[in-house]
Structure formats: C-alpha cells, structure tokens
Design a protein around this ligand. Structure first.
Ligand code: GCB
Length: 883
C-alpha cells in the first residue's frame, strides 16, 4: 500500500514538473547546394540556377574516388526555415553543426553570424536575436575545403568538403546549461579519486541565464545506474545574474562502483537538471555517460586499466565509405565500431582527426579504449593563425568528447615534420623545427590544462629526427608509425628499431601507432614480395608484426593501419586513389587477414577461417595434373584438420594463429572443410575455391580454346575483376612452354617490385604498373593457327612530384631511359611496330594496347623487341587463338 502511494506521489510530482526544457531537432532536410566558387554572399544570393537539393550529411567530393584533382574550393549551402513568435517566446535558439569541412561562414538573413575554422569538430551558433518570426529565414553556409592555415595542410587522406555531419536546431529555455562552450555538452565529469571501493565524482559546468532578470534556480546533479536508479545526488540553489553565467562544481561519491572496462563496459549516467526555484518547471536537462575506471602507463610495464595490465591492441580508423565519402550516417559509424569490437580490439586510434560523437558513444558502450587526435599532420605552418586553429581544434576535441570514458589519450600531431625535407630549403629547416617544437609545447600545455586526467601522445614516422630535435620528449606516450617490410627494409628491421628505441629511451612508453601493408584482391601471389600489393604479402607482414609487438612488454600497444581501405585521392598505387592497407575493404567486407586479427585477439569465441575469400577464383598452370596451392587457415584453436573435396589432408597444430596446407586443386569447384575442437565442441568451416586450368605446355593443346595472358614483369596473378580473365605471373621461357627472353624486372625503387605510378585509360592499373625492361623477346610454343596477340605498354615514368606517404621511395630510377625509349617490335620475323615510342603515342602515365592478328605456322609465336633508343619494355602480353 505504502509503495503504491509512493508511486502515485512520484508520478504526480513528475507530472507536475512542467517541461520547458530543451528541444533538439535534426536540421538536415531541405538544403540546397551549389558548387559555386564565389565567396561573395550577395552575388551568390542572386543566383537562381545551379542549386541542387541535398539532404545532410553531404559532401561534394565523390570525385575523390576517381581523380587526384578532386574539387577543393568553395561551395554554398542554403536552407529556408520558419519560426513563429510563440515558438520563440522565452526561448533561445541555436544551430549546432556537428562538422563542416574545412571552413564555414554561417549567414542568417544576409548577416554573417560566425566563421568556423576546422573540419572535424562541432560548433554552435546562437541565432536567437537574428531569427525572424514574421517571414521565412534564409540560412546560407559558405564552405571551403582548401585552406593553408587550417590543419591538415597535407596528409594521406581526402579532405572531403561539405556539411558532412548532422546539423541540429536546439531550442532552450532562457536559463540552460551552456551550449556554446566550444559546442561541448557544457558539463565535465571527472574522477579525481577512484578505486574499487569508492569513486569521487566531480561534475563541473556552466549555467547561463539569457533573461533580463536575475534567475534563482535549483540545480540537481544525479548519478544513475543502468536501471535508472539514482545512486548519488547533489541538489542546490543557484543564482545567475541577468544575462550572466554561473560556473559550478559538484562533488559526489559512489561506494563500490561498477567499473568500466573492455570486458564489462558498465556506464552510469550523470543527469544535470535545472529547475525553477520551486522545482516545478524543468528549464534544462542533459545527460552524459560516466564510466568509472582509472588507468596508468609505464615505460616498462605498459598500460594498466583499473590496476590490471592491458596490452592495447587495435586498429586506426579512417571514416569514409564509397560513394558517400565521409558523409556517413550514425548507423554506419556505429557499424564500424561494432566490426572492430567483433574483430577483438580493445583499442582504437581515431586517426587523423576527431570523429563523430556516435563513434565515441559506441566505444563507450562496446568497451574500446580510444586515442583521439586533431589533424595536425605532416607539416606545420609558421605563424599565429595556424597555431590558433590547431589550438582551437584541440580544445574543441577535448571539450566535446570529454565525457567519453573510452578516451584515454589525446593526440595532437602525426608525423609533424615529414614534409619539411621536401618543402623547405635546408637553411630554413631549423626555424621550422623550432616552430614545430614551440607548437607542440603549447599544445601539450593546452591539453594538460584542458584535461589533466588523460594522457598526451603524438605519432612519428620511423625517423630519428623526432629524437634529434626533441619532439619525442614532449608527450606522455611516444607513437611510432613503422612500415619496415612494406615501404622499406625487411620485417626484422622492425625489431631492431623498437628494441633500439627502448634501449635508448627506457623511460618512454611506446606505442606502435601504425603498421600495415597494402593489398589489392586483384593481385595474388604464390611468391609474395615486398610492396607487391598482393594479399599474401599483407598477410605475411601482419603475421610478423602482431607476435613481435605482443612479445615485447615495453610496447604499450599497437594500432594497425588501417581498419578499412580508405580514400586518399592522391594515391597512385594498385588501387588508385585508395590507401589499401585495410583489414576490411572500403565497403566493409572483411579481408581474410581480418580473421587473423580476430584469431589473435579473441579468446572468448572459437575462430576458424579458411583464408580463401580474397582469392576464390583461381587460374592454375597445369597440364592436367592437380596443382598444389598453399591454403591457410586462421584460427585460435590448438589444432585444425583440413580436407578438400572429401579427402582429409592432415591435422595441424596452429601456431601464431594459422597453419598452411598444400592443397591439391582440381578444375572446377574445390570444397574445403576445416574443423577443430573448442571446449569439447566441434567447430567447422566450409569454403569453396573455383579453379580454371591454364596449360603449361600449350603446344600440346588440341583444338580447344586457347587464351593465355601474362602479367609481364610481375610475380602476381592479376585478375580483371570485370571480365574474370586472369593474367598469370611472368616466367622465363622454356622450350615447349612460354615466357620472356632477356631483360629484367623493372624496380621503381631498389628492391621494390610494385610501382606507385598512376596509369590512366585503364581499370587494370596494377597489371600495367609492373613491367619487364630490356626485354628481347616473348615466346610461346603453340599449335599452328590464327591468333590475336596483344601487347600492353604503360608509361610509368612521367615525372611527378614525390608523394610523402611513400615513406620508402627513393628517387625514381630509369625515368629518362623509358621516356625517350624508341623500339621496334616484330612478330615471327614480321615487322609490326616500327620506331614505337609510347611517350609520343600516348604521353605521360597513359597506357596502350596493340593487337595483331597473325597466322602461326612454325609452332611458335615469338614477339621480338629491338631497342632503337633507350630501352625496350613490356607490361603485359596476351595471345588468343581465333581459329
Ligand atoms: C603514415 C601516415 C598515414 C598514412 C600511412 C600510409 O605514416 O601517418 O596517414 O596513410 O602512413 O599508409 O603510408
């Protein structure tokens, strides 16, 4: 009875509190966009034409997926909206832009209200006094994604322009929790002292009164558990001057708190409400999450969460997805975080910029620790303006994401001096180093002032310059982006580098902030090599790095680069305009190597994956006999058995989360079954590979179809993803078979087979990116008949500026030789191409295909190359029997 009475009382009091609080509405509809380069509002307002209806989030840079010269310029957005007088009575009205890249001028009814610099954090505009109630309002936003004073000045990712996150219309009572404190929640929750027994909670914030009268209010701060039960509370009266503000700090205690951790991400919420003095009218209310946890880092012992050692293992996350660019929905952001969690990470580096609040919320809820950073990347400009923009980016990031328990470290620079050596004359270098150091010290100080509880960090590229100039002495944690075995050197140089670093600076906690290798599923190799972009090299690379990182306790953690294949318009590698170091493709399909990470990181579920998804359709070279291909299984089980087409192969022990079987493949479908035991239960996975056979001795082929394509100068199978045709890895000629005679593989940089050249006019870029130089002939021993022979040539040598991300590239080698090359080509002694010059025919970075139909009578088709000037070369060859 008593309970019922209390309930009624409760309900009636709740009912009696009038909610005059804030209303937050999406403001994403009804926008118009114009790709108009004019900065002048009046001019643009006059334009009736050229506006296209858009829905936010929006970017104008879908072009970045197809060109390096994507649109970096001004654009305009406009939207009409109405407000009525009744709606505005006693209200304040704000617009909150979650992010606009990179610069935004916001005009309302022809008046400039604000200019925001920085493309990755939110900003709020108070429009109360500017909004009309008697006529429609016209909101116009001028956006520019090219600015040399706003970080980043450079970087290996696309600067997608646009209003690419949500916009909100917020209506609040005259008295409310601040909405304009760097677009933060206006509330800051800290844990000044915390243990398993007790958490002391500090809740700070600013209350504002936009009324002409002084306000006396009730401030109620509550901590609620997941059932919504109040577990700590403080209640007090506050007075706020007319048109004034009031800063408060409340202290609360929690006994025996539930701790937050990756395994158990328990979230309390802190509710701050502001009511009129009688507690009858709710003026404003906001809730933020609270995860009770503490952490520390030590150069010897690594990271500890709630007193327990925890190796921080995860990946870096860029945010784009084709074709939306970075204009992703909240659901898509959350999906990414869930995928990371599924992969087993406990740590994410949000690189290279602050990300959507939906991302951070997901990390809180899923239990993933976060390194978040501002986009000061590659280069730092001299002068106050850049410094001011970097500082406000840092302040915004910290304030906006302050209450996310997942965040443990803030970063403020990535490879900050990598561009200097290319862009700045030697005699000015020291000045630029000084400038970078001064900015770093200033940002470090700002960071610690804004947030004394989190760690500071930055990432360096694998160069001693950071130690030399002292940049690596500033933050709490040193991050190293290391690519040994990809851009340069070999895998073991990674060990040498980190061991030496730790030996020299034993007091410095060290994180491997990036490590990764590129891969393109069109390239597959049985003989993978550094920088060949084959799926297999990426696997080898990562299979080396994970255990190397794991076995070194002094490495605090590591984040693989990158969780997804991401947009980097200026990239000219196998997958043009894409950095393809992802563990997932850009459309979020997992690469096989995703499961290596999963097997490595997850102990809670059985992982068993036959790593053939990236290479399901194969062409093997054989005269009919079964051909053995290595097939890898990724697993966290102890032992796995593999069978193919119903025949058991063997049971193998799993080491480093994988085992490899030599599997005999036959033409057509090959069904693979992997099985193992986990906690007494059988685990099984089934996968198919589909095989086509390409005869080795084509001379012996009867009258059937004969089509043979070779990826000249490459160790990789290249599959055209549209036609399905497989271009085989190159081989030396042997009698009765086919192959090259003379010449050598073209290495763009010493030891690196792959190239970084853009090749225009083809979808099959990687096929054209490798070649054989100085080639004398290509010979096929084959049955007589009518053939079509096709030669592929690509000019990879147009001189182009060096790209910074290519950390290992040394000046290109044979440019001059190829540029001016002139050669003759004949087929079976018959002249075909005379004084052939690719540079003259198609020009820089273009490719060409030449086809000739010829009757073969002598049992071989031989293409001869003879240099007239410079060097002969060939990128691909295909023969096809017509009759
Ligand atoms: C780096 C950069 C990152 C690049 C990456 C790469 O060190 O920090 O922005 O994308 O290397 O893939 O080369």
């Amino acid at each position: 009875m008593k309970k019922i009475f209390l309930l009624i009382l409760c309900l009636s009091t709740m009912y009696l509190v009038v909610n005059a609080g804030r209303v937050v509405q999406s403001f994403n509809d009804g926008w118009y966009y114009a790709a108009c380069d004019d900065n002048r509002l009046q001019e643009v307002q006059r334009h009736e034409e050229g506006w296209q209806r858009v829905h936010l989030p929006h970017t104008w840079n879908a072009d970045a997926y197809s060109t390096r010269n994507y649109r970096r310029a001004s654009s305009w957005y406009k939207k009409e909206f109405r407000t009525d007088a009744a709606q505005m009575r006693d209200k304040q009205l704000y617009l909150k832009f979650d992010a606009v890249n990179s610069l935004a001028d916001v005009y309302l009814n022809g008046e400039l209200l604000t200019t925001h610099k920085g493309g990755y954090s939110a900003f709020t505009v108070d429009i109360t006094d500017k909004v009309r109630t008697d006529a429609p309002n016209l909101l116009m936003v001028h956006v520019n994604n090219q600015n040399d004073r706003i970080p980043p000045l450079s970087g290996d990712f696309t600067i997608f322009g646009g209003i690419y996150r949500n916009v909100w219309l917020i209506s609040a009572a005259k008295q409310h929790i601040s909405l304009t404190d760097y677009a933060s929640t206006g509330i800051y929750v800290d844990l000044p002292s915390v243990s398993e027994d007790r958490a002391e909670i500090s809740v700070r914030g600013t209350l504002v009164n936009r009324d002409v009268r002084r306000a006396v209010l009730k401030l109620d701060v509550e901590v609620l558990d997941t059932d919504g039960k109040t577990v700590a509370q403080s209640l007090r009266s506050v007075r706020i001057d007319a048109d004034g503000a009031f800063a408060f700090e409340e202290r609360l205690q929690l006994e025996r708190p539930q701790l937050w951790s990756p395994d158990s991400p328990y979230l309390y919420s802190v509710k701050v409400s502001l009511k009129d003095v009688r507690g009858k009218v709710l003026k404003d209310e906001t809730r933020v999450s609270l995860g009770v946890r503490w952490f520390s880092v030590d150069a010897q012992e690594g990271f500890k969460l709630n007193g327990e050692p925890l190796k921080l293992m995860g990946a870096c996350r860029h945010q784009d997805q084709m074709p939306m660019g970075i204009a992703l929905s909240d659901e898509m952001h959350r999906r990414d975080m869930q995928l990371l969690k599924d992969m087993g990470v406990n740590f994410v580096r949000l690189a290279h910029y602050p990300q959507d609040d939906a991302v951070l919320r997901a990390c809180d809820e899923l239990g993933m620790l976060v390194w978040e950073e501002i986009p000061v990347v590659d280069l730092i400009a001299l002068g106050d303006e850049f410094r001011a923009n970097a500082t406000s980016a840092l302040r915004e990031m910290i304030r906006q994401h302050y209450n996310h328990p997942s965040v443990i470290m803030w970063g403020y620079m990535n490879e900050a001096v990598i561009q200097l050596q290319y862009r700045v004359k030697k005699q000015w270098l020291n000045g630029f180093y000084e400038n970078t150091l001064a900015l770093a010290r200033h940002l470090e100080e700002t960071l610690k002032r804004e947030d004394p509880y989190r760690l500071s960090t930055m990432a360096y590229h694998g160069n001693q310059i950071y130690n030399k100039i002292g940049l690596s002495n500033i933050t709490d944690i040193s991050g190293w982006n290391l690519y040994q075995g990809w851009y340069e050197n070999d895998f073991k140089s990674f060990d040498r580098f980190v061991d030496e670093e730790h030996r020299k600076y034993p007091h410095r906690p060290l994180i491997i902030s990036e490590f990764g290798a590129g891969s393109d599923p069109r390239l597959q190799s049985l003989d993978p090599q550094i920088f060949d972009f084959s799926m297999q090299w990426q696997q080898l690379y990562l299979e080396y790095y994970l255990p190397a990182i794991m076995k070194r306790p002094f490495i605090v953690g590591a984040t693989e680069w990158n969780f997804i294949d991401f947009s980097s318009a200026s990239r000219r590698e196998a997958t043009l305009h894409i950095n393809n170091k992802g563990l997932m493709y850009n459309d979020r399909r997992p690469k096989d190597v995703f499961y290596y990470f999963q097997a490595f990181l997850r102990k809670d579920i059985p992982v068993l994956h036959i790593a053939v998804d990236d290479w399901k359709h194969r062409t093997v070279v054989s005269d009919g006999e079964a051909v053995e291909h290595p097939v890898k299984v990724y697993s966290n089980l102890d032992k796995v058995e593999l069978s193919v087409n119903g025949t058991k192969l063997s049971v193998q022990g799993i080491e480093n989360c994988h085992a490899v079987w030599q599997v005999p493949l036959v033409v057509g479908r090959n069904t693979l079954v992997a099985s193992g035991i986990c906690h007494g239960k059988k685990v099984e996975q089934v996968s198919d590979i589909f095989v086509k056979m390409q005869p080795r001795h084509i001379a012996a082929v009867g009258s059937g179809q004969l089509e043979l394509a070779v990826n000249v100068g490459s160790n990789c199978f290249f599959t055209d993803d549209k036609s399905g045709l497989c271009w085989l890895p190159d081989q030396a000629y042997t009698p009765g078979s086919w192959g090259y005679i003379g010449g050598e593989i073209f290495h763009r940089s010493p030891g690196r087979i792959g190239t970084t050249a853009e090749v225009k006019d083809t979808r099959n870029v990687p096929l054209l990116q490798t070649k054989r130089k100085g080639i004398k002939a290509y010979r096929f021993d084959l049955p007589d008949g009518d053939y079509e022979v096709e030669l592929l040539f690509a000019d990879l040598n147009a001189r182009s500026e060096r790209v910074t991300y290519d950390l290992g590239a040394v000046a290109t080698l044979d440019n001059a030789d190829f540029r001016g090359s002139v050669f003759n080509v004949s087929v079976n002694g018959r002249p075909w191409l005379s004084h052939f010059s690719l540079a003259i025919e198609v020009g820089g970075n273009r490719c060409i295909s030449k086809k000739l139909r010829i009757a073969v009578t002598g049992g071989n088709l031989t293409v001869d190359f003879e240099a007239v000037k410079g060097m002969t070369f060939l990128n691909g060859i295909k023969i096809f029997r017509i009759h």
